[in-house]
Structures are given as structure tokens and as C-alpha cells.
Design a protein. Structure first.
Length: 393
């Protein structure tokens, strides 16, 4: 199947337009990273506290952000969680980086204090109460009149209540009476809770901390993984073709990576571990597309020895254009669907794929091939043998 037959587009004749396009987006990304927004590292790389909160109703991100600001938690990042079996949950990213048990409790307490509004005086929030808190309350009230067996019995009652709230009801009670129907809960114990507890409209489901030292190590490892992949491509293409082919491919991939990261900085989208995985995937994808064009150039060099390299490169790009559109187009439609319908959790990953596939396909035609021609023209001007022809077997 072919979309185009016998095309004769002068791609190299438009190289200055391509150069202007690449310069605009590359410089904008660099300026954003250096002066405007910086590199938007996610919590995986910069460290911080992630708090998962579930609400009884659909949460309002703006209201949550306003509550965080009132509590002094400025610049908190709020991300809705969507997916199968997940409803009304948000992920709140706080800049709390201590890695101890006290910091975990501190992050949870800050969120609870910020989100609780108009809480009754003298009552505790049952949706965010621990089993120990409930047990101590029951011990004090002793609604079951247990006497000496109170400690063991009320410990079991409190644990059953918490498990029913968190596992059966998803972490949020809408009525204290719901606990009366929980298997194993004594009705008298459940009824007594209304005197000492109230119900907020949310429950903190999980708290996780990534320390700054771990984040720094992950940043270093991500940078080294990218450098090693680029070095491996340079060596492979230098051996497979000529070294200038390897340089052209590495420059192209660096161009793709720079524009992709720059787009994340411009849009202030966090770069997480999954985004790094997407970028590394795109390095391989872009390089594969570039190799297809290079291989066709090498084949045509043997058949068209008397023609200029620019004409050979143009012919090669046109001959592989249909294949490029088919493969890149199908992949792009797939990742576009992931971007549109994958939800917030996959937003960064799918955004990197969408940008990378577009830029990677473009750069194989507009960046890699012109580098070959420009380098050979430069060698000819210097009176040196052109290395791009005829290519190694």
C-alpha cells in the first residue's frame, strides 16, 4: 500500500524554512528552561510528598488549590486521577521532602487541615481517623460495657471499621450509620461514634515521599541513559555507514529531545519517570526512521554515481515518503488516542510521544539528510574527498 507514487518534492530546497522552524522551537525551549519555567522535574526527580485524596463527590481542582493556598501550601500541584475503578480521586504534590515517619504524618495532617472546613468543635474527622484514634474513643466511652476485655474487643472493632471504610467504601463514609451494616461491627459501638466524630467529604488514601537525594540520583541516571543511547547510535551508524551519518543521526535525535523537553517546559508539564521512558523510546523511533532514509541514500548512491548528492538525497526521501507516512501516521494516531483518552496519569507520557513522533518524523527529513549534504559541500569547498559517497557496503 502506498499513499504517494513518484513524488518529486524538493525537500532540500526548503531547508532554510526547516532550519527557521527548528531554531524557533529550540530557542523558545532553551529560553524557557533557562529563564522562564526551568526544567519541570516531577516529584520522582526533585523530591517531594505525594498525597492521594478521595472525595465523596467530584472534586473541584480550583477549590482544592485555593484551600491549599489558604493553608500556606503554595504552588501545590493537583492532578485528577481517572481510570477503571477510580472515582473522585486527586493526587496532591507538596514540596515536603523530609524522608521520615514524622514527615509522612506532617504531609497528611497539612492536607487534612487545609481541606477541612467548618468542622464541629470537639469532634474528630471519622473519614481520616486511624484505628488507634477510634479504639481510644471506644475505650473511653465503653458503649459495649466490656470492662476488663475492652482493650482487645475495641481494638478489633476499630480495625473492622477502618477496613470497611477504606476497602469496602473506598475510603470515604457518607454517613456514620454505614458502619452499622459492616460485618462484625457492634451496633452500639457504631452508634456511639456520632457523639465524638463528624464526617468530612474526603479521605486521605495514601502518602508517599521521594527524598531529594533519590531525586538527584534519578536525574543523573536519566541523563546518563540518554547520553549512552546517543553514543551507542553514533558508534553503530559510524560502523554501519560513515561516521558523518552517525553524527547527523545524533544531532537529529538531540534536536528532537531538545524540542520535546522544551515543550514540557513551555507548557509547565512535569517530567516524570514515564516521560523519560517515552523520550528514550522516541530516540530509538526517530533513529529508526533516519536509518531508513540513510539506507535508501546509500543504495541510490551506487546507482546514481554521476548525480549530485543533493539530488540523490531528494530522490531517496521521496522514495521513502510513503513508508514514512504510513508508519508514523499509524503510530501517531495510536498515541494521540492515548493522549486524548488516557487520563491525567498518562498525560505526560502520551504528550511526549505525540510531540516526539511528529518532531522525529520531521527531523529525519528536514535535519538529518541536509546535514549530509552540507558536510559534503563543505568538504568539496575545502578540496577534500567527499566522504558521503559512495558509502560503505
Amino acid at each position: 500500500m502506498e499513499f504517494f507514487r513518484n513524488t518529486n518534492i524538493d525537500f532540500l530546497g526548503k531547508k532554510w524554512y526547516f532550519l527557521a522552524f527548528s531554531l524557533i522551537f529550540s530557542v523558545a525551549g532553551i529560553l524557557s528552561m533557562l529563564f522562564w519555567h526551568g526544567v519541570p522535574w516531577g516529584v520522582d526527580f526533585r523530591g517531594g510528598t505525594l498525597v492521594t485524596v478521595r472525595f465523596a463527590q467530584k472534586p473541584d481542582d480550583n477549590a482544592i488549590r485555593a484551600a491549599m493556598d489558604r493553608a500556606g501550601l503554595h504552588d501545590a500541584k493537583i492532578q485528577s486521577i481517572a481510570g477503571q475503578g477510580v472515582t473522585n480521586e486527586v493526587l496532591i504534590d507538596l514540596d515536603v521532602r523530609e524522608t521520615n515517619e514524622q514527615a509522612l504524618d506532617e504531609g497528611k495532617l497539612k492536607i487534612i487541615q487545609a481541606l477541612e472546613t467548618n468542622s464541629p468543635a470537639g469532634k474528630q474527622d471519622l473519614n481520616n481517623a486511624s484505628s488507634l484514634t477510634i479504639k481510644n474513643y471506644l475505650m473511653d466511652k465503653d458503649p459495649m460495657h466490656l470492662g476488663s476485655d475492652a482493650d482487645q474487643k475495641y481494638t478489633a472493632q476499630a480495625q473492622i471499621m477502618v477496613n470497611y471504610r477504606d476497602k469496602t467504601l473506598g475510603g470515604v463514609l457518607t454517613s456514620i450509620d454505614q458502619l452499622k451494616s459492616a460485618p462484625g461491627v457492634d451496633p452500639a459501638a457504631a452508634a456511639s461514634l456520632s457523639d465524638g466524630f463528624f464526617l468530612s467529604n474526603f479521605g486521605v488514601r495514601d502518602v508517599a515521599i521521594v527524598g531529594p537525594q533519590v531525586g538527584s540520583q534519578l536525574r543523573k541516571q536519566a541523563a546518563m541513559a540518554t547520553i549512552y543511547s546517543l553514543a551507542g547510535m553514533l558508534v553503530y551508524l559510524g560502523f554501519r555507514f560513515e561516521w558523518i551519518y552517525g553524527v547527523a543521526a545524533v544531532v537529529t535525535v538531540f534536536h528532537d529531545t531538545l524540542i520535546t523537553v522544551g515543550a514540557f517546559s513551555l507548557t509547565k508539564t512535569d517530567i516524570s519517570l514515564t516521560v523519560i521512558a517515552a523520550i528514550l523510546t522516541l530516540i530509538g523511533y526517530s533513529n529508526n526512521d533516519t536509518i531508513v532514509v540513510f539506507d535508501r541514500i546509500r543504495e541510490n548512491i551506487k546507482l546514481m554515481r554521476r548525480e549530485k548528492l543533493a539530488d540523490i538525497v531528494n530522490r531517496s526521501i521521496n522514495q521513502t515518503l510513503s513508508r514514512t507516512i504510513l508508519t508514523a501516521g499509524l503510530t501517531f494516531l495510536t498515541v494521540l488516542a492515548l493522549f486524548l483518552f488516557g487520563g491525567e496519569v498518562l498525560h505526560g507520557f502520551s504528550l511526549a510521544l505525540v510531540i516526539g513522533i511528529l518532531i522525529g518524523t520531521y527531523s529525519s527529513i528536514a535535519i538529518a539528510a541536509p546535514i549530509l549534504v552540507a558536510y559534503q559541500d563543505w568538504r568539496i569547498e575545502k578540496g577534500k574527498r567527499p566522504v558521503a559517497m559512495p558509502g560503505k557496503k
